[in-house]
Write a new protein. Structure first.
Ligand SMILES: Nc1ncnc2c1ncn2[C@@H]1O[C@H](COP(=O)(O)OP(=O)(O)O)[C@@H](O)[C@H]1O
Ligand SMILES: [Mg+2]
Length: 270
């Protein structure tokens, strides 16, 4: 479905290029959820943004490819990329308020996303938007449609972003730390929502997170990044059961023990 190979990206400074990621390779197969994990600054977002053509002006992919639907996204032109993003790849970023337009009503944003790829009457846009808001469990969808992003809680705003990302039923969804900016109480709900939308459509998911527990619960495969490189990749059960790289071992050791493991130790005296 998505095959990333040898991806290398630099940021330009006054004097030279600074390499942010180097020789990144992994695939996201059809119908599979892949977790991309690594500490802050390891290059997860740069990887995603390189694939999606969303790097800031100072960033440049200097090598490698990202094949999707038979197209190399790195070499695709702007209009090809725009058509693939949204229609074939849904993107959910970390901060929902950065993804939503603050000065357009939510209804207008649904209309814009729908009309980017097909023509539809105002009444039909409204009907589709209401149905989609209901599918992401937004309460009072009529009121939300008339309103603006700043009137929403973080969790509700991220639900709206997810509904917008899913509008064209993309076969691949890429989510970059979709819950990091949200209240802990809603983080699981949002992950469950994404997981439900993915499973229901037999879609593929590339889920960026720094939380190995999230990978264990929601993903079948994992790609571990450190300092701009991939250090380990494989099936979640294999990598977590028998980590090869010292960094993966260290990440796993840092996961707080599940409450039941402490109880079990007390019972057995271990
Ligand atoms: N706009 C930028 N300009 C210069 N360097 C950047 C920029 N964005 C990211 N980087 C560099 O790329 C590295 C990886 O960043 P990032 O992909 O955002 O990490 P992660 O998402 O894993 O926390 C950072 O260490 C940073 O030095
Ligand atoms: Mg990031």
């Amino acid at each position: 479905m998505l095959t990333v190979s040898g991806l290398t990206t630099e940021f330009r400074t006054r004097v030279s290029g600074v390499r942010a990621i180097e020789d990144i390779s992994f695939d996201v197969p059809q119908g599979v959820a892949v977790g991309l994990v690594g500490e802050t600054g390891s290059g997860k977002s740069v990887t995603i943004r390189s694939i999606l053509g969303l790097l800031p002006a100072t960033g440049k992919v200097i090598g490698g490819s990202a094949e999707f639907d038979g197209v190399d996204l790195i070499r695709a032109n702007r209009s090809q990329l725009r058509s693939i993003r949204g229609r074939r790849i849904g993107f959910v970023a970390q901060n929902p308020f950065g993804s939503l337009n603050p000065i357009l009503s939510i209804e207008k944003q649904f209309a814009n996303v729908i009309r980017a790829h097909r023509t539809m009457s105002k009444a039909d846009v409204r009907a589709v938007a209401l149905e989609r808001l209901e599918s992401v469990q937004v309460r009072g969808p009529e009121r939300v449609l008339r309103g603006y992003a700043h009137e929403l809680s973080g969790g509700m705003a991220q639900r709206v972003v997810i509904a917008l990302a899913m509008l064209h039923d993309p076969p691949l969804v890429i989510a970059d730390e979709p819950t990091t900016a949200l209240d802990v109480t809603v983080q699981r709900q949002i992950l469950d929502l994404i997981d439900g939308q993915i499973s229901a459509g037999n879609r593929s998911l590339l889920l960026v997170t720094h939380d190995l527990g999230v990978v264990a619960q929601y993903c079948q495969r994992v790609v571990v990044m450190k300092s701009g490189s991939v250090v380990e990749t494989g099936a979640v059960a294999d990598v977590f059961g028998d980590p090869r790289h010292p960094y993966t071992k260290q990440l796993l050791a840092a996961v707080p023990p599940a409450p039941w493991s402490r109880a079990a130790k007390e019972v057995t005296g271990a």
